[in-house]
Ligand binder design. Structure first.
Ligand SMILES: Cc1cc2ncn([C@H]3O[C@H](COP(=O)(O)O)[C@@H](O)[C@H]3O)c2cc1C
Ligand SMILES: O=C(O)c1cccnc1
Length: 337
């Protein structure tokens, strides 16, 4: 393992003025520390997309019906979604896991698809616990399993993405519960909620967060307001961090899963690099609670791992800086700074 001071000293010795690559140097430091080496890798990289449905959609929290989750699963399997296009552009392997979609199961799926359903959509968190602690742990284990498989295949950087209509509602609940911000401050427009949907979403989140705050056991509180895909992402992060790879964190939903991972597996956040701050208003507080500074603030608000894929070339640049730049003394120049 290396210390931050060693990485900074290495960066300061390179053929450039000290600190001249600005915040890319901070990213390089986090990247090196996440893997424990001065010359971290960013290839191969793997995006695992976890899909699940949410009972609270029946309570009016999304502009879209739950059926769109299954349609998008089909689009991803057909290689036609934003995540497919960006993953291909960034040379990132993509895998899709159905951890809790409602409706018919996908058959004839390509080899990168895994049916690991823990349930057919969650129960509505507006009316009671979204899932049992047992179901939460089963979904967590699906994600942990995926991280183990990806690391076994050599991945140096892991990205978790999600597809699940309604999932910015559990993300808001988890953010409010774990960071302590007001429920209202955690609620945003998700995939395009209008004012009427926003009013319903605010009421649902306020009620669910109040219930979760009254629950004594942390795991039960989290399970009650979680989603299957979010629980799987949390398990994915916890296992990836344990295995010593870098976790590139996407948007608001991915960060809610990161909060869950850090709460239940403390230390996981050390492996995380925040790709971006999404347009969702609660995202900044979620990142701050994890001690993460986002690389991009581009108002992206899609999910599917898309923002992490957009930011991936920045990690490649940070790795190249650490690995491929000569030292100033090696080119015969003394330091003036
Ligand atoms: C066509 C389409 C593709 C998406 N890809 C990701 N999301 C994103 O939007 C959803 C969350 O927003 P909300 O909580 O407002 O429903 C999730 O499926 C998330 O992955 C999508 C949403 C739609 C509609
Ligand atoms: O930031 C996100 O993760 C996000 C925002 C809107 C919709 N889905 C995901």
């Amino acid at each position: 393992m290396i210390a931050e001071a060693e990485v900074r000293a290495h960066l300061d010795a390179l053929a450039k003025p000290r600190g001249a690559m600005g915040r890319l140097e901070d990213v390089a430091v986090r990247l090196a520390l996440s893997q424990g080496w001065i010359d971290p890798e960013t290839r191969p990289r793997q995006l695992v997309l976890f899909a699940g449905d949410h009972g609270c959609v029946d309570d009016g929290v999304s502009a879209w019906p739950s059926a769109v989750t299954g349609v998008m699963v089909g689009a991803i399997l057909g290689g036609r979604a934003t995540s497919n296009a960006l993953a291909a552009a960034q040379d990132c392997a993509l895998r899709l896991v159905d951890v809790g979609v409602a409706g018919p199961r996908t058959t004839d799926a390509p080899a990168f698809f895994r049916d690991a359903r823990v349930g057919d959509g969650t129960a509505s968190l507006a009316r009671g616990p979204a899932m049992s602690v047992d179901a939460f742990e089963a979904a967590w284990a699906v994600g942990a399993d995926e991280a183990r498989r990806a690391v076994g295949d050599g991945a140096a950087v892991l990205i978790a993405g999600e597809m699940g209509i309604g999932n910015t509602t559990p993300a808001a609940c988890l953010t409010a519960l774990i960071t302590g911000i007001e429920a209202d401050a955690a609620v945003g427009r998700g995939a395009g909620a209008d004012d009427a949907v926003m009013a319903a979403k605010r009421a649902v989140v306020a009620g669910a967060v109040a219930r979760a705050r009254g629950e004594g056991d942390a795991r039960a509180a989290i399970a009650g307001i979680c989603g299957y895909e979010i629980a799987a992402m949390a398990g994915f992060y916890a296992e990836g961090a344990r295995a010593g790879v870098t976790l590139l964190i996407d948007g608001y939903v991915a960060t809610a899963a990161a909060l869950v991972a850090e709460r239940l597996a403390p230390g996981t956040a050390r492996a995380m690099i925040a790709a971006h701050r999404s347009a969702e208003p609660g995202h900044a507080a979620a990142l701050a609670a994890l001690g993460l500074a986002p690389m991009l603030e581009w108002d992206m608000r899609l999910g599917e791992g898309s923002g992490a894929l957009v930011a991936l070339p920045l990690l490649d640049s940070a790795a190249a800086l650490l690995r491929d730049v000569a030292r100033l003394d090696a080119i015969g120049v003394g330091r003036a700074d």
